[in-house]
Design a protein around this ligand. Sequence first.
Ligand SMILES: [Zn+2]
Ligand SMILES: [Zn+2]
Length: 409
Amino acid sequence: MLTSPAITANLGSVSMARRDTGEPIYRNLISSYAASVAAHGTRPSCLNGTVTNNKEKRMLSYDVTEWGKPLQPRERATPVPKGSEVLLKLKYCGVCHSDVHIRDGYFDLGGGKRFHMSDRGMNPPITLGHEPYGTVIAAGPDAGNVPIGKDRLVCPWIGCGDCARCREGRDNHCMTPRWVGVQSAGGYADHLLIPHPRYLVDASGIDPAWAATLACSGLTTYSAVSTLAPIPAEEWVTVIGAGGLGLMTIGMLRALGHERIIAADIDPSKFPAAREEGAAATVKADDPDAAGQLQKIAGGMLFGAIDLVNNTPSATLALSSIRKGGKVILVGLYGGEIPLSLVSVVQRALTICGSNVGTVDELKQVVKLAREGKLKPIPVEKRPLSEVSRTLDELKAGKIIGRVVAEIG
Ligand SMILES: [Zn+2]
Ligand SMILES: [Zn+2]
Protein backbone atom coordinates (compact mmCIF):
# COMPACT_ATOMS: atom_id res chain seq x y z
CA MET A 1 0.00 0.00 0.00
CA LEU A 2 1.18 3.51 -0.46
CA THR A 3 0.45 7.18 -0.80
CA SER A 4 -2.21 7.87 1.80
CA PRO A 5 -3.68 11.33 1.29
CA ALA A 6 -1.69 12.84 4.17
CA ILE A 7 1.55 11.81 2.59
CA THR A 8 0.72 12.21 -1.05
CA ALA A 9 -0.32 15.79 -0.46
CA ASN A 10 3.38 16.42 -0.18
CA LEU A 11 4.28 15.19 -3.61
CA GLY A 12 3.73 18.59 -5.16
CA SER A 13 7.33 19.58 -4.70
CA VAL A 14 8.55 16.61 -6.68
CA SER A 15 9.02 17.02 -10.36
CA MET A 16 9.25 13.94 -12.46
CA ALA A 17 11.40 14.13 -15.53
CA ARG A 18 9.68 12.91 -18.64
CA ARG A 19 11.62 9.95 -19.84
CA ASP A 20 12.28 9.31 -23.50
CA THR A 21 9.57 7.51 -25.39
CA GLY A 22 11.89 5.36 -27.46
CA GLU A 23 13.40 5.98 -30.87
CA PRO A 24 11.54 4.64 -33.94
CA ILE A 25 13.98 1.78 -34.45
CA TYR A 26 13.00 0.37 -31.07
CA ARG A 27 9.32 0.73 -31.68
CA ASN A 28 9.65 -2.02 -34.27
CA LEU A 29 11.54 -4.16 -31.81
CA ILE A 30 8.90 -3.57 -29.18
CA SER A 31 6.15 -4.54 -31.63
CA SER A 32 7.98 -7.72 -32.52
CA TYR A 33 8.55 -8.34 -28.81
CA ALA A 34 4.85 -8.02 -28.05
CA ALA A 35 4.01 -10.29 -30.99
CA SER A 36 6.54 -12.85 -29.83
CA VAL A 37 5.24 -12.80 -26.28
CA ALA A 38 1.70 -13.20 -27.56
CA ALA A 39 2.77 -16.14 -29.74
CA HIS A 40 5.26 -17.86 -27.49
CA GLY A 41 5.08 -16.29 -24.06
CA THR A 42 8.81 -15.70 -24.22
CA ARG A 43 11.21 -12.89 -24.85
CA PRO A 44 12.64 -12.80 -28.41
CA SER A 45 16.40 -13.17 -28.69
CA CYS A 46 16.73 -9.82 -30.48
CA LEU A 47 15.90 -8.08 -27.20
CA ASN A 48 18.32 -10.02 -25.06
CA GLY A 49 21.39 -7.99 -24.21
CA THR A 50 22.85 -5.49 -26.64
CA VAL A 51 20.86 -4.10 -29.54
CA THR A 52 22.73 -4.49 -32.80
CA ASN A 53 22.89 -0.94 -34.15
CA ASN A 54 25.17 0.30 -31.38
CA LYS A 55 26.98 -0.94 -28.30
CA GLU A 56 24.54 0.66 -25.89
CA LYS A 57 22.77 -1.80 -23.60
CA ARG A 58 19.02 -1.62 -23.67
CA MET A 59 16.50 -2.39 -20.96
CA LEU A 60 12.84 -3.30 -21.19
CA SER A 61 10.02 -2.03 -19.03
CA TYR A 62 6.23 -2.15 -19.06
CA ASP A 63 5.07 1.42 -18.65
CA VAL A 64 2.04 3.60 -18.17
CA THR A 65 2.05 5.59 -21.40
CA GLU A 66 -1.48 6.91 -20.89
CA TRP A 67 -3.44 7.04 -17.62
CA GLY A 68 -6.01 4.26 -17.31
CA LYS A 69 -4.72 2.33 -20.32
CA PRO A 70 -2.85 -1.02 -20.46
CA LEU A 71 0.87 -0.88 -19.76
CA GLN A 72 3.05 -0.87 -22.86
CA PRO A 73 6.45 -2.51 -23.43
CA ARG A 74 9.15 0.10 -23.90
CA GLU A 75 12.89 -0.01 -24.49
CA ARG A 76 15.46 2.52 -23.44
CA ALA A 77 19.13 2.69 -22.56
CA THR A 78 20.05 0.71 -19.47
CA PRO A 79 21.19 3.31 -16.93
CA VAL A 80 24.84 3.34 -15.89
CA PRO A 81 25.17 3.89 -12.12
CA LYS A 82 26.89 7.11 -11.06
CA GLY A 83 27.97 8.33 -7.63
CA SER A 84 26.42 6.06 -5.00
CA GLU A 85 23.86 4.52 -7.36
CA VAL A 86 23.33 0.77 -7.68
CA LEU A 87 22.01 -1.16 -10.69
CA LEU A 88 20.09 -4.41 -10.32
CA LYS A 89 19.02 -6.96 -12.89
CA LEU A 90 15.57 -7.85 -11.65
CA LYS A 91 14.24 -11.35 -11.09
CA TYR A 92 10.86 -10.59 -9.54
CA CYS A 93 8.51 -7.74 -8.81
CA GLY A 94 5.32 -8.11 -6.80
CA VAL A 95 2.16 -6.67 -8.34
CA CYS A 96 0.43 -4.48 -5.78
CA HIS A 97 -3.14 -3.17 -5.78
CA SER A 98 -1.82 0.39 -5.34
CA ASP A 99 -0.59 0.20 -8.92
CA VAL A 100 -4.19 -0.15 -10.07
CA HIS A 101 -4.83 3.34 -8.70
CA ILE A 102 -1.59 4.79 -10.02
CA ARG A 103 -2.22 3.31 -13.49
CA ASP A 104 -5.64 4.96 -13.40
CA GLY A 105 -3.88 8.21 -12.55
CA TYR A 106 -5.62 9.04 -9.28
CA PHE A 107 -6.57 8.06 -5.74
CA ASP A 108 -10.05 8.70 -4.33
CA LEU A 109 -9.76 11.16 -1.43
CA GLY A 110 -13.46 10.96 -0.54
CA GLY A 111 -16.13 13.62 -0.79
CA GLY A 112 -15.90 13.55 -4.56
CA LYS A 113 -12.26 14.67 -4.44
CA ARG A 114 -9.48 12.90 -6.26
CA PHE A 115 -5.72 12.97 -5.88
CA HIS A 116 -4.40 13.11 -9.43
CA MET A 117 -0.89 11.83 -10.02
CA SER A 118 -0.42 14.32 -12.86
CA ASP A 119 -1.15 17.23 -10.49
CA ARG A 120 1.89 16.17 -8.51
CA GLY A 121 4.33 16.14 -11.38
CA MET A 122 3.95 12.51 -12.49
CA ASN A 123 3.47 12.30 -16.23
CA PRO A 124 3.58 9.19 -18.45
CA PRO A 125 5.59 7.34 -19.52
CA ILE A 126 6.29 5.95 -16.07
CA THR A 127 7.39 2.52 -14.85
CA LEU A 128 5.37 1.24 -11.89
CA GLY A 129 6.28 -1.66 -9.58
CA HIS A 130 7.47 -1.20 -6.01
CA GLU A 131 8.26 -4.75 -4.85
CA PRO A 132 11.52 -5.41 -6.72
CA TYR A 133 13.98 -8.24 -6.11
CA GLY A 134 17.06 -8.87 -8.21
CA THR A 135 20.78 -9.31 -8.61
CA VAL A 136 23.13 -6.41 -7.93
CA ILE A 137 25.18 -6.05 -11.12
CA ALA A 138 26.88 -2.64 -10.98
CA ALA A 139 27.46 0.37 -8.72
CA GLY A 140 28.81 3.89 -8.98
CA PRO A 141 32.28 4.85 -7.70
CA ASP A 142 30.91 6.27 -4.41
CA ALA A 143 28.62 3.37 -3.53
CA GLY A 144 31.14 1.78 -1.17
CA ASN A 145 31.00 -1.91 -0.39
CA VAL A 146 28.28 -3.24 -2.66
CA PRO A 147 27.36 -6.95 -2.91
CA ILE A 148 27.91 -7.29 -6.67
CA GLY A 149 26.55 -10.59 -7.94
CA LYS A 150 24.34 -11.12 -4.90
CA ASP A 151 20.53 -11.14 -4.88
CA ARG A 152 18.85 -8.42 -2.86
CA LEU A 153 15.39 -7.16 -2.00
CA VAL A 154 14.98 -3.42 -2.56
CA CYS A 155 13.26 -1.21 0.00
CA PRO A 156 11.39 1.05 -2.43
CA TRP A 157 10.41 3.86 -0.03
CA ILE A 158 13.38 6.06 -0.77
CA GLY A 159 13.62 9.66 0.43
CA CYS A 160 15.83 12.57 -0.56
CA GLY A 161 18.64 11.26 1.62
CA ASP A 162 19.40 14.70 3.09
CA CYS A 163 16.51 15.84 5.30
CA ALA A 164 16.07 15.20 9.03
CA ARG A 165 13.58 12.38 8.39
CA CYS A 166 15.93 10.61 5.98
CA ARG A 167 18.89 11.05 8.34
CA GLU A 168 16.96 9.30 11.11
CA GLY A 169 16.09 6.46 8.72
CA ARG A 170 12.47 7.56 8.24
CA ASP A 171 12.70 7.85 4.46
CA ASN A 172 8.98 7.04 4.20
CA HIS A 173 8.20 10.38 5.89
CA CYS A 174 10.49 12.42 3.61
CA MET A 175 8.77 15.44 2.03
CA THR A 176 10.57 14.95 -1.29
CA PRO A 177 10.30 11.20 -1.84
CA ARG A 178 11.86 9.25 -4.68
CA TRP A 179 9.77 6.12 -4.22
CA VAL A 180 10.58 3.29 -6.60
CA GLY A 181 7.67 2.81 -8.99
CA VAL A 182 6.10 6.13 -8.01
CA GLN A 183 8.42 9.13 -8.37
CA SER A 184 11.25 7.09 -9.91
CA ALA A 185 11.29 4.22 -12.38
CA GLY A 186 10.00 1.00 -10.83
CA GLY A 187 10.27 -2.75 -11.01
CA TYR A 188 8.05 -3.71 -13.94
CA ALA A 189 11.32 -3.80 -15.83
CA ASP A 190 14.36 -6.00 -16.31
CA HIS A 191 16.70 -3.44 -14.70
CA LEU A 192 16.35 -1.05 -11.79
CA LEU A 193 18.57 1.82 -10.67
CA ILE A 194 18.46 2.92 -7.02
CA PRO A 195 20.31 5.89 -5.49
CA HIS A 196 22.19 4.13 -2.69
CA PRO A 197 23.06 0.60 -1.48
CA ARG A 198 21.49 1.25 1.93
CA TYR A 199 18.11 0.36 0.37
CA LEU A 200 19.29 -3.19 -0.39
CA VAL A 201 18.04 -5.86 2.01
CA ASP A 202 19.51 -9.36 2.24
CA ALA A 203 16.53 -11.72 2.07
CA SER A 204 18.51 -14.93 1.59
CA GLY A 205 16.95 -17.99 3.15
CA ILE A 206 13.39 -17.25 2.09
CA ASP A 207 11.60 -17.78 -1.21
CA PRO A 208 12.64 -14.79 -3.36
CA ALA A 209 9.21 -14.36 -4.98
CA TRP A 210 7.63 -14.16 -1.53
CA ALA A 211 10.45 -11.89 -0.36
CA ALA A 212 9.53 -9.40 -3.11
CA THR A 213 6.04 -8.98 -1.65
CA LEU A 214 7.46 -8.15 1.77
CA ALA A 215 8.70 -4.77 0.47
CA CYS A 216 5.17 -3.38 0.34
CA SER A 217 2.44 -5.50 1.90
CA GLY A 218 4.74 -7.13 4.47
CA LEU A 219 6.39 -3.87 5.45
CA THR A 220 3.12 -1.92 5.45
CA THR A 221 1.45 -4.35 7.84
CA TYR A 222 4.52 -4.65 10.08
CA SER A 223 4.77 -0.87 10.36
CA ALA A 224 1.02 -0.56 11.09
CA VAL A 225 1.26 -3.17 13.86
CA SER A 226 4.37 -1.42 15.22
CA THR A 227 2.40 1.84 15.32
CA LEU A 228 -0.23 0.13 17.46
CA ALA A 229 2.38 -1.56 19.70
CA PRO A 230 3.01 -2.20 22.49
CA ILE A 231 -0.22 -4.18 22.74
CA PRO A 232 -0.90 -5.72 26.17
CA ALA A 233 -1.46 -9.48 25.78
CA GLU A 234 -4.86 -9.37 27.54
CA GLU A 235 -6.24 -6.65 25.26
CA TRP A 236 -8.19 -7.17 22.04
CA VAL A 237 -7.47 -5.75 18.61
CA THR A 238 -9.64 -5.82 15.51
CA VAL A 239 -8.31 -6.09 12.00
CA ILE A 240 -10.85 -4.63 9.59
CA GLY A 241 -10.67 -6.14 6.12
CA ALA A 242 -9.70 -9.80 5.76
CA GLY A 243 -8.34 -9.62 2.22
CA GLY A 244 -4.66 -10.11 1.41
CA LEU A 245 -3.42 -7.20 3.49
CA GLY A 246 -5.74 -8.04 6.38
CA LEU A 247 -4.55 -11.65 6.47
CA MET A 248 -0.97 -10.42 6.48
CA THR A 249 -1.77 -8.06 9.38
CA ILE A 250 -3.24 -10.94 11.36
CA GLY A 251 -0.13 -12.98 10.54
CA MET A 252 2.11 -10.10 11.57
CA LEU A 253 0.29 -9.67 14.92
CA ARG A 254 0.72 -13.39 15.55
CA ALA A 255 4.36 -13.30 14.48
CA LEU A 256 4.91 -10.58 17.08
CA GLY A 257 3.17 -12.67 19.73
CA HIS A 258 -0.32 -11.16 19.96
CA GLU A 259 -3.28 -13.57 19.98
CA ARG A 260 -6.46 -11.63 20.86
CA ILE A 261 -7.37 -10.67 17.31
CA ILE A 262 -10.84 -10.23 15.81
CA ALA A 263 -11.12 -10.18 12.02
CA ALA A 264 -13.95 -7.99 10.71
CA ASP A 265 -15.10 -8.09 7.10
CA ILE A 266 -18.33 -7.63 5.17
CA ASP A 267 -17.67 -10.93 3.36
CA PRO A 268 -17.94 -13.96 5.68
CA SER A 269 -16.36 -16.21 3.05
CA LYS A 270 -13.05 -14.67 4.13
CA PHE A 271 -13.42 -15.78 7.75
CA PRO A 272 -12.00 -19.33 7.44
CA ALA A 273 -8.76 -17.91 5.99
CA ALA A 274 -8.67 -15.27 8.74
CA ARG A 275 -9.03 -17.94 11.41
CA GLU A 276 -6.43 -20.06 9.66
CA GLU A 277 -4.06 -17.08 9.76
CA GLY A 278 -4.63 -16.72 13.49
CA ALA A 279 -7.74 -14.63 14.19
CA ALA A 280 -9.41 -15.78 17.43
CA ALA A 281 -12.84 -14.49 16.39
CA THR A 282 -14.66 -12.95 13.43
CA VAL A 283 -17.39 -10.34 13.04
CA LYS A 284 -19.43 -9.40 9.98
CA ALA A 285 -18.45 -5.76 9.61
CA ASP A 286 -21.67 -4.53 8.02
CA ASP A 287 -23.91 -6.04 10.68
CA PRO A 288 -25.80 -3.14 12.32
CA ASP A 289 -24.52 -4.34 15.70
CA ALA A 290 -20.95 -5.03 14.57
CA ALA A 291 -19.44 -2.64 17.14
CA GLY A 292 -21.49 -4.29 19.91
CA GLN A 293 -20.31 -7.74 18.81
CA LEU A 294 -16.69 -6.64 18.82
CA GLN A 295 -17.08 -5.24 22.34
CA LYS A 296 -18.85 -8.40 23.54
CA ILE A 297 -15.99 -10.60 22.34
CA ALA A 298 -13.47 -8.24 23.91
CA GLY A 299 -15.37 -8.11 27.20
CA GLY A 300 -15.50 -4.34 26.82
CA MET A 301 -14.04 -1.85 24.41
CA LEU A 302 -11.08 -2.77 22.22
CA PHE A 303 -7.49 -1.60 22.67
CA GLY A 304 -7.16 -0.78 19.00
CA ALA A 305 -8.18 -1.28 15.40
CA ILE A 306 -6.16 -1.59 12.23
CA ASP A 307 -8.28 -0.61 9.25
CA LEU A 308 -7.03 -2.13 6.01
CA VAL A 309 -10.11 -0.92 4.14
CA ASN A 310 -10.36 2.67 5.34
CA ASN A 311 -13.66 3.80 3.91
CA THR A 312 -16.46 5.57 5.74
CA PRO A 313 -18.17 2.47 7.25
CA SER A 314 -14.92 0.73 8.20
CA ALA A 315 -13.36 3.77 9.90
CA THR A 316 -16.67 4.47 11.68
CA LEU A 317 -16.71 0.90 12.99
CA ALA A 318 -13.09 1.21 14.13
CA LEU A 319 -13.70 4.46 16.00
CA SER A 320 -16.88 3.25 17.66
CA SER A 321 -15.26 0.05 18.94
CA ILE A 322 -12.16 1.25 20.76
CA ARG A 323 -11.81 2.15 24.42
CA LYS A 324 -10.56 5.35 26.02
CA GLY A 325 -6.93 5.86 25.14
CA GLY A 326 -7.37 3.48 22.20
CA LYS A 327 -5.77 3.75 18.80
CA VAL A 328 -7.10 3.45 15.28
CA ILE A 329 -4.46 2.82 12.64
CA LEU A 330 -5.65 3.70 9.14
CA VAL A 331 -3.86 1.81 6.38
CA GLY A 332 -6.25 1.10 3.50
CA LEU A 333 -6.74 3.38 0.52
CA TYR A 334 -10.33 2.58 -0.34
CA GLY A 335 -11.17 6.22 0.29
CA GLY A 336 -13.88 8.22 2.00
CA GLU A 337 -14.35 10.58 4.89
CA ILE A 338 -15.98 10.63 8.31
CA PRO A 339 -17.52 13.30 10.51
CA LEU A 340 -15.45 13.49 13.68
CA SER A 341 -16.60 14.78 17.04
CA LEU A 342 -13.56 16.75 18.17
CA VAL A 343 -14.67 16.85 21.80
CA SER A 344 -15.11 13.08 21.73
CA VAL A 345 -11.53 12.63 20.49
CA VAL A 346 -10.36 14.59 23.55
CA GLN A 347 -12.68 12.99 26.08
CA ARG A 348 -11.91 9.48 24.85
CA ALA A 349 -8.20 10.35 24.45
CA LEU A 350 -8.21 8.71 21.04
CA THR A 351 -5.31 8.34 18.68
CA ILE A 352 -6.17 8.24 14.98
CA CYS A 353 -3.06 7.52 13.05
CA GLY A 354 -2.24 6.98 9.39
CA SER A 355 0.47 4.43 8.65
CA ASN A 356 2.12 4.56 5.29
CA VAL A 357 4.59 1.86 4.20
CA GLY A 358 7.70 1.69 6.43
CA THR A 359 11.45 2.04 6.82
CA VAL A 360 14.46 0.04 5.66
CA ASP A 361 15.09 -1.12 9.23
CA GLU A 362 11.48 -2.26 9.56
CA LEU A 363 11.82 -4.21 6.30
CA LYS A 364 14.88 -5.94 7.73
CA GLN A 365 12.77 -6.89 10.76
CA VAL A 366 10.06 -8.30 8.47
CA VAL A 367 12.63 -10.39 6.59
CA LYS A 368 14.00 -11.63 9.94
CA LEU A 369 10.50 -12.73 11.03
CA ALA A 370 10.07 -14.52 7.69
CA ARG A 371 13.46 -16.18 7.92
CA GLU A 372 12.76 -17.38 11.48
CA GLY A 373 9.52 -18.96 10.29
CA LYS A 374 7.36 -16.67 12.45
CA LEU A 375 5.71 -15.16 9.38
CA LYS A 376 3.83 -17.66 7.27
CA PRO A 377 4.27 -17.40 3.48
CA ILE A 378 1.21 -16.23 1.57
CA PRO A 379 0.16 -17.93 -1.68
CA VAL A 380 2.28 -16.49 -4.50
CA GLU A 381 1.52 -16.98 -8.18
CA LYS A 382 4.32 -16.25 -10.64
CA ARG A 383 3.44 -14.77 -14.01
CA PRO A 384 5.65 -13.45 -16.82
CA LEU A 385 6.33 -9.71 -16.69
CA SER A 386 4.44 -9.36 -19.97
CA GLU A 387 1.24 -10.22 -18.09
CA VAL A 388 1.54 -7.44 -15.54
CA SER A 389 -1.16 -5.29 -17.12
CA ARG A 390 -3.63 -8.18 -17.21
CA THR A 391 -2.78 -8.84 -13.58
CA LEU A 392 -3.63 -5.23 -12.69
CA ASP A 393 -6.96 -5.69 -14.50
CA GLU A 394 -7.68 -8.77 -12.40
CA LEU A 395 -6.67 -7.01 -9.20
CA LYS A 396 -9.05 -4.20 -10.07
CA ALA A 397 -11.83 -6.75 -10.61
CA GLY A 398 -11.04 -8.46 -7.28
CA LYS A 399 -10.15 -11.74 -8.99
CA ILE A 400 -6.70 -12.30 -7.48
CA ILE A 401 -6.33 -14.64 -4.50
CA GLY A 402 -3.05 -14.23 -2.65
CA ARG A 403 -0.35 -12.34 -4.45
CA VAL A 404 0.89 -12.28 -8.05
CA VAL A 405 4.61 -11.74 -8.61
CA ALA A 406 5.95 -10.85 -12.02
CA GLU A 407 8.76 -13.21 -13.02
CA ILE A 408 11.32 -11.20 -14.94
CA GLY A 409 14.46 -13.17 -15.63
ZN1 LIG B 1 2.17 -1.68 -2.72
ZN1 LIG C 1 14.38 13.32 2.91
